[in-house]
Design a protein around this ligand. Structure first.
Ligand SMILES: Cc1ncc(COP(=O)(O)O)c(C=O)c1O
Length: 253
């Protein structure tokens, strides 16, 4: 879809629904564009006709500062494979994720963490959010996220945080991080904070990680200092209370 046309549709809907935009920090009007094949016929091939739909809903502040999310690292199920559709917002990816999310719940965890399909060791994403790891503390801390390998969704929040963390003076890295690196980093104290990020929740701290290889806990169940600093900075840009030096904000009405 041409970008200009897409933006036009977003502006039109937001203007129409302006009264639904919540105004507390952390709340938002979540905008969800999607396309479905609407060509009449039965067959397995790319469609010649699609319908584009844009919907929006007020989203509450997902963030509960007193609760870090617990995750089940699934070594049985995978979300996406090399050469597949993992880096696109394709409906099938989400259908494929549901059984693992159920398994996570059965393990007493809030969310599933995906690892790569081939070697079954590289950490990719958490549910419908990207992941970040903080190594070290204070000004020397490094803010690290799994590298985009084609199977991760390149979320806009992930991308924004790479810039925000740099703006706040932290070194950032996009790396391959294994389950062992995660467990050992937590055990040695090198990994000090973990958080997931996405448009709706912005940032969610991650605490307990459980897998077939054991259970380990990062931090004390409270959001880390750098996690909160990044979250607050991103929200301040969104709400116009800090300068938007990357020109991310687009005023609609
Ligand atoms: C699989 C997956 N990863 C990550 C994200 C976060 O992406 P964004 O920051 O663009 O909301 C989403 C959002 O829906 C997602 O579905």
């Amino acid at each position: 879809m041409p970008e200009a046309l897409f933006l036009e549709t977003v502006e039109a809907l937001i203007k129409q629904d302006a009264g639904w935009v919540p105004n507390k920090v952390g709340e938002s009007l979540y905008i969800r564009p999607f396309m479905i094949a609407t060509e009449v016929g039965l067959g397995v091939r790319p469609t010649n006709k699609a319908t584009y739909i844009l919907i929006a809903t007020p989203a509450g502040a997902y963030f509960d500062p007193s609760k870090a999310v617990s995750v089940w690292i699934s070594t049985e199920y995978v979300r996406a494979v090399q050469g597949g559709t993992g880096e696109a917002k394709c409906g099938g990816n989400y259908a494929a994720s549901l059984v693992a999310q159920k398994a996570a719940a059965q393990e007493g965890c809030d969310q599933v963490v995906w690892i790569d399909a081939k070697e079954r060791k590289w950490v990719e994403e958490m549910g419908g959010m990207n992941l970040y790891f903080v190594k070290g503390i204070g000004a020397e801390a490094r803010v690290i996220t799994p590298k985009l390998t084609g199977t991760l969704l390149p979320g806009i929040t992930r991308d924004s945080i790479l810039s925000v963390a740099k703006d706040l003076g932290y070194k950032t890295e996009e790396v391959m991080l294994s389950i062992d690196d995660w467990r050992d980093g937590v055990a040695s104290g090198e990994i000090t904070e973990i958080f997931a990020c996405g448009t709706a929740a912005v940032v969610s701290p991650v605490g307990t990680a459980k897998s077939n290889m054991g259970t380990w806990v990062t931090g004390d169940g409270q959001p880390g200092v750098i996690t909160m600093q990044i979250r607050n900075h991103l929200l301040a840009i969104q709400h116009g209370t800090t300068p938007d030096k990357h020109s991310w904000v687009r005023k609609v009405c």
